[in-house]
Design a protein. Structure first.
Length: 320
């Protein structure tokens, strides 16, 4: 692995890879926070990342734990809270969506891999999230205009919308609510038990391609919509609290930092460039022309942002 030790606009570490990355995801759970999943055209890699800030290790290290065949391109990925390397038996559990419209649920003991392929959606799955406490339920959002709740491999509830569902999110603190973002620019909060709507937010423009719920502040959510980054405060949800143009030809990804609720990363056209900004100001902390083609993901505890691109995952250290 290369340690660039460059400026803040350059990645501090790079993980070189043999092919293009389509999905990049740190585990959002405390007992598996060092795990990083990387999705490719027909496979995925699960690795463990060590940073110098974590104590014993003096240098950055990325170690491959398992390489897994995937029948189609890995479009989207979600970690299960049942994943753990700290207690025996060690277990990796996660779900993926591919280009064949099927949900795949994986479990591995780091030697053998079991996969369950589930049909139900009739178009691309754009987003997946596990219920964060026990991990028994999975919520998916699709281009087929539905969000589906799964348990035990069966669809137990389906919500129908007027446009493609681009993003689903289950907040770690307020676990009774899920966030569903539609391409039309509408964002819905839904009761996860009854699957009844609680409130709707209108971004006022479209297309909406991504949303994220702040990890440490359940009242703050962000949306990547048209050329803008839009923020809502759910304590006063009638209007967006901030609307800022960030990518002149369209914003694609948005991810709120898990360690600092003031930091938000976006990418978009032209060039799928990366920007990291402060939630309460227009200050751009990072602005780079690095092409983001395989997603963004923040480390749970440390100020690192993983960026998937053509043949590497880049890791930016962003202190504020």
């Amino acid at each position: 692995m290369l340690d660039t030790q460059g400026s803040r606009d350059e990645p501090l570490y790079r993980v070189p890879l043999s092919s293009r990355v389509f999905s990049t995801e740190f585990s959002p759970f405390e007992w598996s926070a060092s795990l990083l999943a990387i999705g490719f055209q027909s496979s995925l890699t699960v690795g463990q990342v060590w940073f110098p800030e974590e104590g014993d290790k003096q240098d950055f290290k990325f170690s491959v734990l398992q390489e897994i065949h995937h029948d189609t391109r890995v479009q989207t990925f979600a970690w299960s809270p049942k994943t753990s390397l700290t207690v025996a038996p060690k277990s990796l559990q996660f779900a993926t969506g591919g280009t064949d419209h099927k949900l795949r649920i994986f479990s591995s003991n780091l030697t053998e891999v079991n996969v369950r392929v589930i049909k139900g959606h009739t178009d691309y799955i754009n987003s997946i999230v596990y219920e964060p406490e026990r991990g028994d339920q999975i919520l998916t959002g699709s281009d087929d205009h539905t969000a589906r709740l799964w348990e035990g491999g069966e669809c137990i509830s389906t919500l129908h919308f007027k446009s493609p569902v681009m993003s689903v999110s289950w907040h770690h603190q307020d676990q009774g609510k899920v966030l569903i973002g539609q391409k039309s620019g509408l964002v819905s909060l839904v009761n996860c038990s009854s699957m009844q709507p609680i409130l709707s937010l209108d971004c006022g423009v479209s297309p909406l391609l991504g949303t994220d719920w702040c990890h440490s502040n359940s009242l703050l959510l962000a949306a990547a919509v048209s050329t803008e980054l839009v923020l809502f405060d759910l304590s006063r949800p009638s209007l967006a609290t901030m609307r800022r143009a960030v990518h002149s030809e369209g914003t694609r990804y948005v991810r709120c930092s898990r360690a600092n609720d003031s930091l938000i990363a976006t990418s978009g056209r032209p060039g799928n460039c990366l920007k990291v900004s402060h939630a309460k100001s227009s200050q751009a902390l990072v602005s780079t022309q690095q092409s983001v083609v395989g997603g963004l993901s923040w480390h749970l505890r440390l100020p690192y942002l993983a960026v998937g691109n053509d043949r590497e995952v880049s890791l930016y250290k962003i202190n504020f």
